[in-house]
Design a protein around this ligand. Structure first.
Ligand code: FES
Length: 442
């Protein structure tokens, strides 16, 4: 078995499509591998049982054996669905078989009778037993859920609710991603920024510039760790910075702002409003159009192309074109490399990172960077407010080519500040071609 798992791991870990092979033949018929899949995948997840139409009427039932368990799906008289064990609690006889309609489930052996919700309703011959409590002998009920008319069962009572897995984003995943972004990208970036340059004097502007520095630092780590085949250890890369700034006495002062420059109230309100508008636009714009793959609806091919690049960047540096073995990948992929590093560190799926988690924090950072750059160029707080308020959020991907790119296009695209903001935004989004195109000419 160990040999087969090692062989499977080697197959999945092929460094490039050119070196890919097929699954080991024994993987198709190995009972041990199937048992392992059953324990770790199927019993820990949601498994479809039937369509709700198969138990449409009150009183209907549908028997099915799955994962070695004899189950029956019932719809009780109140219309509620249940997924129950078919094993009688007396001597484990099946209480029903096949499908149909009934008023109750009655075991053919000693005629114990169960309601369609699984409660033990009748026990002939047990009426005089004072130590016997029917409530202790109900049919075992399993967690179930319905999605798009499919009824699923979950053997693991602690699993994430199905609706969260299929249609939304689990809260735990959001917290894990945001925790990673703050502690693994922004914080190391701020510390490096203060060491090699200085603090802006406040945490908001430091966070904006720190995020940009942290992303660049992370890309370097991704290149090194992926080239060495140590992607699983990429979390060590940002941790090195944090530990160094905690452990080395000379670096500890960088945790504090030496010369505070408090943010004017107008700046805070102006930037907060711009952040709110843009995040609202992102969530109700491209994120609404582009549901994650498990949704099962129509997907934009460009998003799947980007997803293929994220996967490629998680396993190969320098990357190759995922669809053509041997061709180098030189089209804009920095954003995808950022997502690859995020998936490596958080262990969240690349699909979840690309379709749901990556864009919102980057949107906030983009607005903050606009404000910081405007103030740095003009030396005026007010310029930052004007810059972010004057920016118009347009969703070029959704509106023009179905992608998930956002462009922040200032009202006056020929103004010098606007141009440099565009360069920063496009660069931050990994869109080098557009960054070059919007550079001031002449
Ligand atoms: S086995 Fe079911 S009633 Fe005895």
């Amino acid at each position: 078995m160990t040999t087969l798992l090692e062989s499977l791991a080697a197959t999945c870990g092929a460094p490039s499509p050119a070196e890919a092979t097929t699954l080991p033949p024994e993987a198709y018929g190995s009972q041990e591998l199937f048992d392992l899949e059953t324990e770790r995948i199927f019993k820990a997840g949601w498994v479809p049982l039937c369509r709700v139409e198969q138990v449409a009427e009150p009183g209907s039932y549908y028997s099915i054996d799955i994962l070695g368990l004899p189950l029956v799906v019932t719809r009780d008289r109140a219309g509620e669905l249940h997924v129950l064990s078919r094993s009688c609690r007396h001597r484990w006889m099946d209480v029903c078989s096949g499908s149909g309609t009934t008023r109750a489930l009655q075991c053919p052996y000693h005629l114990w009778t169960y309601g369609l919700d699984g409660h033990l309703a009748g026990t002939p011959e047990m009426g005089g037993s004072t130590g016997f409590d029917r409530a202790d002998y109900n049919l075992r009920a399993y967690r179930h859920d319905v999605w798009q008319g499919f009824l699923f069962v979950n053997i693991d009572a602690a699993a994430t609710p199905l609706a969260e897995q299929l249609a939304g984003v689990p809260l735990g995943s959001i917290l894990r991603y945001d925790g990673y972004f703050l502690a693994g990208v922004v914080l190391p970036g701020i510390l490096i920024l203060r060491l090699v340059w200085r603090s802006t004097g406040n945490w908001a502007e430091d966070a904006a510039l720190g995020a940009a520095v942290g992303i660049a630092y992370q890309l370097l780590g991704l290149a090194i760790f992926t080239a060495l085949g140590l992607q699983d250890w990429l979390v060590v890369w940002p941790a090195l910075v944090v530990v160094a700034f905690l452990a080395v006495p000379r670096l500890r002062p960088y945790w504090r702002i030496a010369r505070p420059a408090p943010l004017p109230l107008a700046w805070s309100w102006g930037v907060a409003i711009a952040v709110g508008v843009l995040v609202f636009g992102v969530v109700t714009g491209p994120m609404l159009y582009h549901l994650a793959p498990s949704d099962g609806s129509v997907y934009n091919q460009d998003m799947l192309y980007h997803l293929s690049m994220v996967h490629e960047l998680m396993r190969s540096v320098p990357p190759q074109l995922p669809q053509v073995a041997g061709e180098s990948l030189d089209y804009h992929w920095f954003a995808n490399a950022d997502m690859a590093a995020a998936a490596d560190i958080t262990r969240l799926s690349p699909e979840l990172v690309l379709f749901r988690l990556w864009l919102v924090p980057l949107t906030v950072v983009s607005v903050l960077l606009t404000a910081v750059l405007a103030r740095q160029v003009s030396r005026q707080w007010l310029a930052a407010v004007v810059a972010v308020q004057g920016s118009q959020a347009t969703f070029t991907g959704a509106a023009q080519n179905g992608g998930l790119t956002i462009g922040i296009l200032p009202s006056d695209p020929d103004g010098p500040v606007s141009r440099y903001v565009d360069v920063a935004v496009f660069t931050g989004l990994g869109d080098a071609r557009n960054a070059v195109n919007v550079l001031p000419r002449g």
